[in-house]
Write a protein that binds this ligand. Structure first.
Ligand code: AP5
Ligand code: MG
Length: 183
């Protein structure tokens, strides 16, 4: 199975849920920039303090900050294979990832796009109730996704890497679709 992967998709599409299952079963390293940032916030680091307010508004933290985190994590990898969840999130982040992966000689093998209707996304996130899961902030996250992240769909489609997966249904059904498409 392909094991150098990106997960792309709107907030609440199930990126984190599916990434954990896939990495658990296939041994890749799950790197979620959202989780890494929340760990910085919880630890009270300077970086976390800088990120917290931005995250609670549903805006994106700066490309430079996220890139620094990803670069140090990727360079420290000891596993064969990785799954980047929630990164890249802007075209500049995607462009900056390329020379890093070239240096590591680990090109992306597939970009999995999880697609789901807004109504279902909102329902899932409201049921979860993370600090940034209230209706106003969710709407802002969706807008930021369309504005800043959705351009990555054509960016990766043009490179022949994009695989779309419908993200409605049960967690198990979606995992099966992803595993099948990654063949
Ligand atoms: P991040 O943590 O990446 O959040 P997000 O993209 O908004 O997405 P979520 O994590 O909310 O959704 P998900 O797709 O992972 O779905 P999940 O599996 O959790 O980012 C948070 C913030 O950090 C950003 O707003 C930004 O500020 C900052 N940030 C992060 N990365 C950044 C970057 N690269 N650049 C700049 N800023 C960055 O599922 C959602 C819920 O649905 C869960 O409760 C789950 O249990 C449930 N669920 C999942 N699948 C199903 C199913 N099939 N049926 C029913 N319920 C389901
Ligand atoms: Mg997530």
């Amino acid at each position: 199975m392909k094991n150098r992967l990106l997960f792309l998709g709107p907030p609440g599409a199930g990126k984190g849920t599916q990434a954990e299952r896939l990495c658990g079963a296939h041994g890749m390293k799950h790197l979620s920039t959202g989780d890494l940032l929340r760990a910085e916030v919880a630890g009270g680091s300077e970086l976390g303090q800088e990120a917290e307010a931005v995250m609670n508004r549903g805006e994106l933290v700066s490309d430079a900050l996220v890139l620094a985190i990803v670069e140090s994590q990727m360079k420290a990898l000891t596993t064969d294979g990785w799954l980047l969840d929630g990164f890249p999130r802007t075209v500049p982040q995607a462009e900056a990832l390329e020379p890093l992966l070239q240096e590591l000689q680990q090109p992306i093998q597939a970009v999995v796009l999880l697609e789901l209707d807004d109504a279902v996304l909102i329902e899932r996130l409201l049921a979860r109730g993370r600090a940034d899961d209230n209706e106003a902030v969710i709407r802002n996250r969706l807008e930021v996704y369309r504005d800043k992240t959705a351009p990555l769909i054509s960016f990766y489609r043009d490179k022949g890497l994009l695989l779309s997966v419908p993200a409605q249904g049960t967690v198990e059904e979606i995992t099966e679709r992803i595993v099948n498409i990654l063949g």
